[in-house]
Structure formats: structure tokens, C-alpha cells
Design a binder for this molecule. Structure first.
Ligand code: NAP
Length: 356
């Protein structure tokens, strides 16, 4: 896989306070009433130029309960064979759609939103495979509509700062990176995190986060070697990705749904080392040691849980007529899905979506 030059992901100062309005008010329509939609809705409520307008669910009752409990004006449930999300995306009052369904439904729901003329923010991983990702991108391009994968960590000040330090030369030449994310997921095999039909497994759910570190610092790798442990359903309970770069750098990434991971990151250069402990996707402290000198600690606080930064970016881009975010460009999402397709081929993981 070709190595890309890392992009300038750093945000301007004015973008660092996500609550402050950047333009006209947007009315949001949220797809699903699951766990992440609850969290993202709480952060959305912090944005001065966001209106919590509608939520859709497979059940009208769930949509109504969620809407009244989280400050939305109305709920759309499945009705007469028409999915709630299809009814919602056709509502002319909806300015932007957020997709918080399991992975296997991302493509279908995002496609429906784009076809209805709506900009869309889609949870990670963008789709099940690269073919679906390419198809969404080409539809967004054809329609001239905004599309973004909800890789919220890219927009966090702490993450942006870590990339800035690593790319500034302060650590010298970065030679290796390690990062992990893991927790024992509930054992229910029907839960979306395990279910093959839903796009379950550690790769699509977790690996996007450890992968973000080498992508932000070294760009896309030239080679990837994967090892994984598969469940009875054939999804990866855990995986280990070994990334190689033509310049000699390497990265080792662990993702696990069966063990507690420390959530640590090491970025090791020939002049120094940067570390963060306990949260690979939302670092609160960066520990930087140059040479053999004392360690400097930089601390960070987030507005809300941390989703407010990506929500600001979506809002700003739509207000300014952009179809993609410079910080989370379409090509990165497609390239990540290509990388994951290659990893799945090595692990022997397939999903029903791959067949149609
Ligand atoms: N950014 C983050 O920090 C973060 C964290 C966790 C998860 N995620 C991502 O968010 C997505 C959802 O994860 P989650 O943890 O929120 O899952 P979840 O709690 O299981 O919620 C998913 C929701 O999607 C709907 N749904 C379930 N099966 C469906 C189906 N077959 N067709 C259509 N809709 C279906 C359900 O809502 P209704 O019953 O209302 O239809 C369900 O509550 C995944 O892409 C995941 O990777 C992101």
C-alpha cells in the first residue's frame, strides 16, 4: 500500500472552542436510539448553532421516548414498511443526518440520506468494506453533499497537539509507534459488537483508534501484517496489526474485545519519546521526554465528552459549503477501509455485506 504524506490536520485557534457558533443554525436528525447516539446528542446540545430536531428508530415508541428524553422535537419510527430513517431523511426540516447504527447498516442508511439530498455524518468505521466506502464517496461527490466518518478523536486538541509534536521534529525521526485499545465486551453473541451480520469484531469497532496514531504521524503504511483470534462466528475477538514503512519506521497496534487494554500509546523517535496513558482515543495528558531530560507533561480538557469537536467540524463545513472535512477527508476513510479489507483477508474475516 502506498504511503501517503501525512496531511495538515491541525485546526485553527478559533475552532478549538466547539460550543461557539460558526454560522447558521443546523437542524439535526439522528438515526437510531443506541448508546453512541445518546452520548453524541449530549455533546450536540452544547453547540450554539445546533438544533436537536429529530431522531429515528425501528420503533416509533423508542423514537418518541428518546426524543422527549434528550430534547429532540420529534421521533420517526418504522411505519407501513418504511424505515423510520427513510421517513426522517425525507423531512425537509432536517439539515444534517447522523448515522449511529451498527456497521452493517451504515452504507444503506447513509446512502438513503445522500439520495434525499442530506449531508451526513456516519459513525466509524465508515462502512463494512472499501467498495461500500467508495460508493458513498462517489454519491456524495455526484450530489455535491457533505459526507464524513465520525472519527471524533482526530479533532481533539490533545490528539492534534500530539501529531504536531511528533511531526515538529522534537522527537527526531519517529522510528516506532505502539498503541492499544481493549476491553472485555459482554459475552452475548447476538450483541452488535460480536454479531457477524452487524459487522462485529475488534477490527471495525476498535482498530480505527490505535491506527489513528501512525496515520496522523507517519501516514499510511507500505505494508500491514495481521494476526487475529477469531470467534465461533468468524469475527476477530482481538487482532494485532504490524505496520511497516519504507523509511524503516514501524508500528504495532493491539485491539481486543476479550481483555482490558491499558490504552497506552508510545511514539518513539531517535531524539525523544511521547507517551499517553489510559486513553488511546481521548488523551488527557501527553508526556514528552526529549533525550534523557525530564519529562514534560501537557494536560488537556475537553468540552463535553469530546464529540463536540467533530460536531463543530461538520457544522462549520456545511455552513461553509464544503463537501468534505480537510481533517477527515474522504480518501482517508476509503484508504482505511482498503487497509481493513486487506487485514480481513489475512485474518479470514468476511461479512454478509461483502457478498452484495
Ligand atoms: N464514536 C464513538 O465513541 C463510538 C462509541 C461506540 C460505538 N460507536 C459506533 O456507533 C455505532 C453504533 O454503536 P452503539 O454502541 O451505539 O450500538 P448500540 O448501542 O447497539 O446501538 C445501535 C442502534 O442501532 C439500531 N439498530 C440495531 N440494529 C439495527 C439494524 N439491524 N438495523 C438498523 N438499526 C439497527 C438500534 O436503534 P433502534 O432500536 O432505535 O433502531 C440500536 O440501538 C457503531 O458504528 C459503532 O462503531 C462509536
Amino acid at each position: 500500500m502506498a504511503s501517503l504524506i501525512p496531511r495538515p490536520w491541525l485546526l485553527s485557534q478559533e475552532q478549538q472552542n466547539p460550543a461557539v457558533a460558526t454560522g447558521r443554525r443546523l437542524r439535526w436528525g439522528m438515526v437510531s436510539t443506541g448508546s453512541i447516539v445518546q452520548k453524541v446528542s449530549a455533546d450536540l446540545a452544547l453547540l450554539q448553532d445546533a438544533e436537536l430536531y429529530a431522531v429515528s428508530s425501528r420503533s416509533q415508541q423508542s423514537a418518541d421516548t428518546f426524543a422527549s428524553g434528550h430534547g429532540f422535537s420529534l421521533g420517526y419510527g418504522d411505519d407501513g414498511g418504511i424505515p423510520g430513517y427513510r421517513r426522517m431523511v425525507e423531512d425537509p426540516e432536517v439539515d444534517v443526518v447522523y448515522v449511529g447504527t451498527p456497521h452493517a447498516q451504515h452504507y444503506e442508511v447513509a446512502r438513503a440520506a445522500l439520495e434525499a439530498g442530506k449531508p451526513v455524518l456516519v459513525e466509524k468505521a465508515l462502512t463494512i468494506n472499501a467498495r461500500e466506502a467508495e460508493s458513498l464517496v462517489s454519491l456524495a461527490r455526484e450530489k455535491g453533499l457533505f459526507l464524513m466518518e465520525a472519527m471524533w478523536s482526530r479533532f481533539l486538541p490533545s490528539m492534534q497537539r500530539a501529531f504536531e509534536i511528533a511531526r515538529s521534529g522534537e522527537l527526531g525521526t519517529v522510528q516506532w509507534i505502539s498503541a492499544d485499545l481493549g476491553f472485555p465486551a459482554p459475552a452475548n453473541p447476538d450483541a452488535r459488537i460480536w454479531a457477524r451480520k452487524d459487522g462485529g469484531g475488534a477490527l471495525l469497532d476498535l482498530s480505527v483508534y490505535p491506527l489513528l496514531w501512525p496515520l496522523g504521524i507517519l501516514g499510511f503504511p507500505d505494508s500491514v501484517v495481521a494476526r487475529g483470534t477469531l470467534t465461533d462466528q468468524g469475527v476477530d475477538a482481538q487482532n494485532l496489526l504490524s505496520l511497516g514503512y519504507s523509511g524503516g519506521a514501524q508500528a504495532g497496534l493491539n485491539s481486543s474485545l476479550v481483555a482490558h487494554g491499558p490504552g497506552n500509546v508510545v511514539v518513539a523517535g531517535d531524539q525523544g519519546v511521547l507517551q499517553t496513558f489510559g486513553s488511546v482515543n481521548n488523551p488527557k495528558e501527553l508526556h514528552i521526554r526529549t533525550g534523557w531530560s525530564d519529562t514534560r507533561v501537557e494536560s488537556f480538557e475537553t468540552v463535553g465528552t469530546g464529540y463536540s469537536y467533530e460536531l463543530r467540524e461538520v457544522t462549520r463545513c456545511i455552513q461553509q459549503g464544503l463537501t468534505e472535512s480537510p481533517t477527515m477527508p474522504w480518501s482517508d476513510s476509503v484508504d482505511v477501509m482498503r487497509l481493513f479489507d486487506g487485514v480481513r483477508a489475512q485474518l479470514g474475516v468476511t461479512y454478509p455485506n461483502d457478498e452484495h
